[in-house]
Design a protein around this ligand. Structure first.
Ligand code: NAD
Length: 360
């Protein structure tokens, strides 16, 4: 079996962490007799340096010709890098926005898991942290308030700003289907988060979600108001499996869910479209402060590769093997500097990649 993987190494720590994820993928390939063919795709600051723009049409074509894309991170130091003297649409991040748009990536998946070995980094009370949590936020990415009509005008002599929050039933249905499909592969529980006591868009969200749920009798659906969800995330995060929500609520809640793990270098993410294609990347940025030092934590990128196997290629056994290997490495006390604590063994980026391979 063969799969075409586009590799965006990007900027900063990007090349270092992608190299380790590729090392793990190659290890999985030889162990399970799978073929991965890689194509390098330039995006971000490195593309500006070579091609004069953050993402070329050829790069978009390469991504479209891949079964999935694995990305490190893009961007530089936003104060000192010459990339940030360019107009906004020529900067590194513009490449990522253009790629997401070109590929129609409407579903953003952000798992947030607290490993018991890292519970000391969790900012919540220890009685809560000790319970652990393992949730995934399914955020709608291309609709809602961030994409609606907006303007600022003088109305009757008063300056007035308007942003429009709109969703149609098709947009809601396709993200709800993704949430249920993902929930089937997890603990079969979807919490749909909305503000249905106030917003029409939320009332439509709720009714379409219930409609979709009827096709998934094995998955339990509950609804929760967004203000309550924000509280429950810090009070009892262990109750959540898949949280399904619209763009702005998801933007806010996914950062909250990431923060309560206390370790950004551990968190993968995925953005999917209607096909099996996906863009997989760590939740963190390019960390220019530690780039080139072989000290970045590659686990978020390694886990992003695992998500790619699970959600784009349906290679669940192989994805489990990677997830279990990461767990085993943590249990042995092997840590990069960002998650290191007294009594653990501090390793470099490449040593962490080797350690994960050794457990597969
Ligand atoms: P950042 O996530 O890059 O760094 C924040 C802090 O977390 C830094 O101290 C960094 O050293 C640390 N960190 C991040 N990832 C780490 C890892 N894997 N291992 C160990 N430590 C890690 O955020 P920032 O400093 O605000 O942004 C830096 C650049 O990254 C900017 O140009 C920003 O635009 C870009 N960025 C890119 C993406 C992306 O590619 N999707 C996302 C966020 C930020």
């Amino acid at each position: 079996m063969g799969y075409k993987i586009g590799l965006i190494r990007g900027d900063g720590i990007g090349p270092e962490i992608v190299n380790e994820a590729k090392k793990v993928l190659d290890h999985v390939a030889s162990k399970y007799d799978i073929q991965f063919d890689y194509t390098d795709i330039l995006m971000g600051g490195c593309s500006i340096d070579v091609c004069g723009e953050p993402l070329t049409d050829e790069a978009i074509e390469s991504a479209k010709n891949s079964d999935a894309v694995l990305m490190g991170s893009i961007g530089g130091n936003t104060t000192t890098s010459p990339w940030y003297k360019l107009p906004p649409d020529k900067r590194p991040e513009a490449g990522l926005l253009k790629l997401r748009k070109s590929l129609g990536l409407f579903a953003n998946l952000r798992p947030s898991k607290l490993y018991s070995e890292l519970s000391g980094a969790c900012p919540l009370r220890s009685s809560i942290a000790e319970q652990g949590f393992d949730m995934l936020i399914m955020r709608e990415l291309t609709g809602g308030l961030y994409f609606g009509e907006r303007y600022t005008r003088d109305i009757n002599g008063v300056k007035t700003a308007v942003d429009t929050l709109s969703y149609n039933e098709d947009e809601i249905r396709r993200i709800a289907v993704k949430a249920f499909e993902v929930a089937i592969k997890r603990r079969k529980k979807v919490t749909s988060v909305d503000k249905a006591n106030v917003l029409d868009s939320s009332r439509l969200w709720r009714s379409v979600t219930e409609d979709v749920a009827a096709a998934y009798p094995d998955v339990e659906l509950t609804h929760m108001l967004v203000d309550n969800a924000a509280m429950q995330l810090v009070k009892d995060p262990g109750q959540f499996d898949v949280i399904l929500t619209e763009n702005m609520f998801g933007d806010i809640l996914s950062d909250e869910a990431a923060e309560i793990t206390g370790s950004i270098g551990m968190l993968p993410s995925a953005s999917l479209n209607e096909t099996r294609f996906g863009l997989y990347e760590p939740s963190g940025g390019s960390a220019p402060d530690i780039a080139g030092k072989n000290i970045a934590n590659p686990i978020a990128t390694i886990l992003s590769a695992s998500m790619m196997l699970r959600y784009s290629f349906d290679l669940n056994r192989e994805a489990d093997a990677i997830d279990n290997a990461v767990q085993a490495v943590l249990s042995k006390g092997i840590r990069t500097g960002d998650i290191w604590s007294e009594g653990c063994t501090k390793v470099s980026t490449s040593e962490m990649g080797d350690a994960v391979c050794a457990e597969i």
